[in-house]
Design a protein around this ligand. Structure first.
Ligand code: 6PG
Length: 246
């Protein structure tokens, strides 16, 4: 795996650093193959990054007509529910930039059967993305990470971690007493690039474990070892236990 670590002194610097890196990659992808396919993350960490992308100068620098937006996971709620990942991204970013509506592909969290929504989203990925080894290939996947080591909605001790024959799955997350829809590891592992973004000292222990190549694998985030290219974007809090590295 090819991986790099970026540590920023403050949360605003982290947000700007990630947003600028997204724009650079978008420009490179459009130059190389005429499009940029990005999967967005939910949770609270990316919201301010999305806001940066919606403001000048980055708004102008982003090749929006060539950008195609997907989601790494979704909660089982309607699109404008306060917990919807699409709803958050729409409010902070997608409603504020000139991206063609047909290039925004959301998971249908409102479907009464999340597994049906997962199958439909797999078809969406397969019909819009180029494939590599028969898996849909995203140019970039943005991921947050939970203190329990989950990424997207790949939570510890759930069946979704072991799904290797589907690109998208529904998963029951017992500790949250809810269903989620999530891309699977084969999709993450076939993405060209992954940005893992973490802020705050509460993330420091899981980040230390994730970056320790000698640690045995207990947490979903550690399974990113099989991904081809991961960039870690951390603020000083999340990097606080990486004393051997920085
Ligand atoms: C979600 C996510 C999830 C998130 C982490 C980190 O839908 O909640 O996509 O994987 O990225 O839980 O969340 P925070 O950024 O809120 O810490």
């Amino acid at each position: 795996m090819n991986q790099h670590l970026h540590v920023f002194a403050s949360r605003p610097e982290l947000n700007r650093g990630v947003a600028e890196a997204v724009v650079r990659l978008a420009q490179q992808s459009v130059t190389a193959h005429g499009a940029f396919h990005i999967a967005l993350a939910g949770g609270s960490t990316p919201r301010d990054i999305y806001a940066y992308l919606a403001q000048e100068p980055l708004r102008e620098a982003m090749p929006w007509p060539k950008v195609h937006v997907y989601f790494g996971d979704e909660r089982t709620v309607p699109p404008h529910h306060e917990q919807s990942n699409f709803g958050m991204a729409h409010a902070a970013l997608l409603s504020r930039v000139p991206i063609p509506a047909q290039q925004i592909h959301r998971m249908q969290g409102e479907d009464s059967d999340p597994q049906t929504a997962a199958v439909r989203y797999e078809q969406t990925l397969r019909s819009h993305l180029p494939s590599v080894n028969r898996w849909p290939r995203l140019d970039l996947v943005l991921l947050g990470v939970g203190t329990d080591g989950h990424i997207a909605s790949l939570f510890p001790d759930t069946k979704a971690l072991h799904v290797m024959n589907r690109a998208v799955t529904a998963v029951h997350v017992a500790k949250l007493n809810t269903w989620r829809i999530t891309v699977t590891f084969p999709v993450l592992n076939h993405a060209k690039e992954i940005f893992v973004i973490a802020a705050g000292e509460e993330k420091a222990p899981i980040i230390k474990t994730a970056l320790d190549v000698n640690a045995s694998v207990h947490y979903p985030v550690q399974q990113l070892r099989d991904a081809s290219h991961v960039e870690w974007f951390l603020d000083a809090g999340a990097a606080a236990q990486l004393t051997d590295i920085i």
